[in-house]
Design a protein around this ligand. Structure first.
Ligand code: ADP
Length: 208
């Protein structure tokens, strides 16, 4: 079987990336959500729980058998080595689980897999893995107002999160295609996503 086309979907916080992922899923694309996979691994009795208990101790696991997130957040904030140790556990498991889900989607007949990865531009692993990068873009001010409205966070807190992500310029430089999700309605966004997906499928038709 030919390898399915692998589209990387990314965007800064508040860009509308999750909205675009949902629209693509609604059009029938197989969307693999790296964050959701990662959360499953650290949910009660997820695959990362025993390795985390072994590495960091029982204090980092809740009574329900999940990762104690606030406790771990405090540790990795204070200790970069702990962050590396945690990532050394989580990243290979995310890769393996993503590969398993990708294989299942391909076996089910999907010729295009969409990898929804917030920090794709920041990750050499993901950039090397995908065939094309689709960036959902908007003005930084729009990101701030959307995230403030969605989460109730203060402006400074949103800006602090944005500062940990790739810059808008770096993301656009890594893009093969861009959806500019600013000053448009959700309906207009849906039209743009449909048009993008239709073009992609046409171009893939010549590959299979
Ligand atoms: P991300 O996944 O990039 O953080 P989301 O897709 O969750 O962003 O979008 C952030 C918020 O902005 C959501 O509440 C979403 O409904 C809203 N939103 C996104 N695009 C638009 C748009 N074009 N018009 C109105 N609201 C939008």
């Amino acid at each position: 079987m030919a390898q399915a086309f692998q589209l990387g979907l990314t965007g800064g916080i508040g860009s509308g990336k999750s909205t675009v992922a949902n629209l693509l899923a609604g059009l029938g694309a197989a969307v693999l959500d790296a964050d959701a996979i990662s959360r499953t691994l650290t949910a009660p009795h997820g695959l990362a729980i025993e390795p985390i208990r072994h590495q960091f101790g029982a204090a980092f696991i809740t009574a329900e058998g999940a990762l104690n997130r606030p406790h771990m957040r405090d540790l990795v904030f204070a200790n970069p080595q702990a962050k590396q140790q945690l990532e050394a556990i989580i990243h290979p498991l995310v890769s393996a689980e993503t590969a398993r889900l990708a294989q299942a989607a391909q076996t089910a007949g999907h010729r295009c897999l969409v990898f929804d990865v917030p920090l794709l531009v920041e990750s050499a692993h993901w950039r090397g893995k995908v065939d094309q990068v689709l960036v959902v873009d908007c003005l930084p001010e729009t990101q701030i107002s959307r995230v403030m409205a969605r989460s109730g966070l203060e402006r400074a807190a949103v800006q602090a999160i944005m500062a940990t992500q790739a810059s808008r310029a770096a993301r656009l430089q890594a893009a093969d295609a861009v959806i500019f999700n600013d000053s448009i309605t959700l309906d207009e966004l849906a039209c743009q996503v449909s048009a993008f997906f239709a073009r992609l499928q046409l171009s893939l038709a010549s590959h299979f």
